[in-house]
Design a protein around this ligand. Structure first.
Ligand SMILES: [Zn+2]
Length: 62
């Protein structure tokens, strides 16, 4: 049985831009995980609370 082909895209939680690749990070002292685009990650990763938790991709299957 074929699986339905869906494009699963998510938006950056900071700038709201839809991106095929997002990073799960902690950006502040609250410790809450946030999904951000590569541009936002670049501006946040210098913060003292920055933690990297993984990469989310729209196409997980190769
Ligand atoms: Zn962003």
């Amino acid at each position: 049985m074929p699986k339905p082909v869906r494009s699963r895209v998510k938006a950056c939680e900071r700038c709201q831009l839809v991106n095929a690749t997002l990073y799960r990070i902690v950006a502040d002292g609250s410790g809450a995980w946030t999904l951000v685009c590569p541009a936002c990650r670049a501006s946040l990763e210098t913060g003292e609370h920055y933690r990297y938790g993984g990469t989310w991709k729209a196409n997980k299957r190769h």
